[in-house]
Design a binder for this molecule. Structure first.
Ligand code: SF4
Ligand code: SF4
Length: 475
């Protein structure tokens, strides 16, 4: 029999202290203070047209159809008078490349203005914060409410806030789906509670995504999820506009009375009021230097300017500036240098892409003609010495009106070919119609085994061509 192992008391093998390591940073809830000022007006003036556009565009009509509709089911994108078919999808790729280079150019010139002024995450978070302020009150009132025990008042306020958020989120999700599904039908389906499962699940998905992103996650999206926040720094250089605190002027910081002469107190212009921190939607202190969390919304600029005004100090302790200007001995005199090699490269590529896009856009044909030779019935020779080939002709009418075309055949080899049967092709608006066509020629009129031919569609003098082959029968 084996000896049983010796038991070691737990206190001898367990370490005296077990350190707990948390891999995730604890999130501090941010209570932003409302602030008004020049840059906030700018944000409102730039945000409102974008919001109005987003919510109104799906409801606009154009030629008896939705003006902007990305019809994924029928694989057609309608953008006002333009219909993008699958054949033209490279145009969408070009639009994306144009948008990317536009963003590179703007970022290298003006820093993260996209993040601060037009990014949907910023705009929707601002709307949700506005709702929060209306329902729960000012920053101090919100902090007090969160600390207070649950009561009827607290429940009513929280319930109203979340209900309002969900309403905004639903409007956002519904509108987004309305860009992909006829929005008037969607509206009726909501009204009559008859929405099919597919659009319903997308509306629910985008509603929840908006509610969670703008209501709960907010700055976390910018800090941890947005890829642009990670790579935008490669577009930055010493002349890119950034929001920055002028430490040379502000330090040493310290509180004082308005009447005090801060030079005598050996203090800089920063009164350490922390207003710039309290208004910041990402909760950072810009006085600690440029941080990747900063979305360049300039709320801290407005906050600090309002304090400088009250203190009778010059504005601009926090301002839009550049690293070069900050490093210069007189940062107030140094201005940003906009004409730089990087800017020229981005602008050059953007111009080239614009030219390519314009060329592709203007060369979109309103008709797509496709020809497939019927290989099963190839080079059928009839007993009377006539050779016949059959073709499948596909005509895509990219316009929103019914059209009629005349089909003809041409051959450079001199072969006398003729289309048997009616050569008038009627195609409904926005439809692709296939026609079976028989082409015949006397055997002696076909000079070689394979003859290049061209099908020609004619409509009001306008011609659309497609090459094909006519194969001579072999006995
Ligand atoms: S708002 Fe201006 S004065 Fe107040 S702490 Fe910030 S930088 Fe200093
Ligand atoms: S530091 Fe200023 S500019 Fe940057 S996110 Fe905060 S408030 Fe906006």
């Amino acid at each position: 029999m084996k000896d049983s192992p010796e038991k070691i008391p737990v206190e001898e093998w367990a370490p005296a202290e077990v350190a707990e390591l948390d891999l995730y940073e604890k999130r501090e809830k941010i209570y932003t203070r409302k602030i008004e000022g020049f840059y906030q007006k700018l944000r409102q003036y730039s945000g409102w047209p974008l919001l109005l556009g987003y919510f109104c565009i799906p409801w606009l009509q154009w030629d008896d159809r939705q003006a902007v509709l990305f019809d994924l089911v029928n694989r057609k994108f309608y953008i006002f008078g333009l219909t993008i078919w699958p054949q033209d999808v490279s145009l969408l790729g070009l639009i994306l490349i144009l948008a990317a280079f536009g963003l590179f150019l703007v970022t290298s010139l003006f820093g993260r203005v996209w993040c601060g002024y037009t990014c949907p995450q910023t705009v929707w978070t601002a709307i949700f914060m506005w709702v929060e302020q209306k329902v729960e009150g000012t920053r101090n009132q919100r902090i007090k409410l969160d600390k207070a025990p649950w009561s009827v008042n607290k429940f009513a306020r929280k319930f109203s806030k979340h209900a309002a958020w969900l309403l905004v989120a639903f409007g956002t999700g519904f509108t987004f789906v309305g860009y992909f599904t006829p929005v008037y039908d969607l509206g009726w389906q909501v009204y009559s509670f008859s929405m099919p499962l597919t659009p319903l699940s997308w509306v629910v998905f985008f509603t929840l995504a908006t509610y969670i992103n703008a209501g709960w996650m907010r700055e976390q999206v910018c800090k941890y999820m947005c890829p642009y926040a990670r790579f935008q720094s490669v577009m930055f250089d010493a002349d890119t506009l950034i929001v920055s605190y002028n430490a040379k002027r502000g330090e040493p910081r310290g509180s004082r009375k308005r009447a005090d002469d801060h030079a005598e107190l050996d203090l800089g212009d920063c009164i350490d009021c922390k207003m710039c921190v309290q208004v910041c939607p990402t909760g950072i202190d810009i006085r600690n230097g440029l941080q990747y969390e900063c979305i360049a919304c300039a709320l801290c600029v407005d906050a600090c300017d309002s304090i400088m005004e009250k203190m009778n100090y010059p504005k601009g302790l926090i301002s839009y500036t550049s690293e070069r200007a900050l490093a210069s001995s007189d940062s107030n005199q140094e201005t940003a240098h906009f004409l730089r090699p990087k800017v020229f490269v981005y602008a050059g590529v953007l111009c080239v892409m614009l030219a390519v896009f314009a060329y592709r856009f203007t060369s979109i044909e309103s008709v797509e003609l496709g020809v497939i030779r019927d290989r099963q019935a190839v080079n059928t020779a009839t007993t009377s010495g006539v050779v016949e080939n059959r073709y499948l002709i596909k005509v895509a009418n990219k316009q929103e009106i019914a059209r009629e075309f005349e089909l003809a055949i041409e051959s450079t080899s001199g072969a006398a070919l003729k289309i048997v049967g009616a050569a008038q092709l009627a195609v409904l608006p926005g439809e692709v119609t296939s026609f079976r066509v028989r082409v015949q020629a006397a055997e002696e009129d076909v000079p070689s085994l394979v003859v290049p031919i061209e099908f020609v569609l004619t409509e009001k003098g306008e011609q659309y061509r497609h090459e094909a082959r006519f194969v001579k029968a072999q006995r």
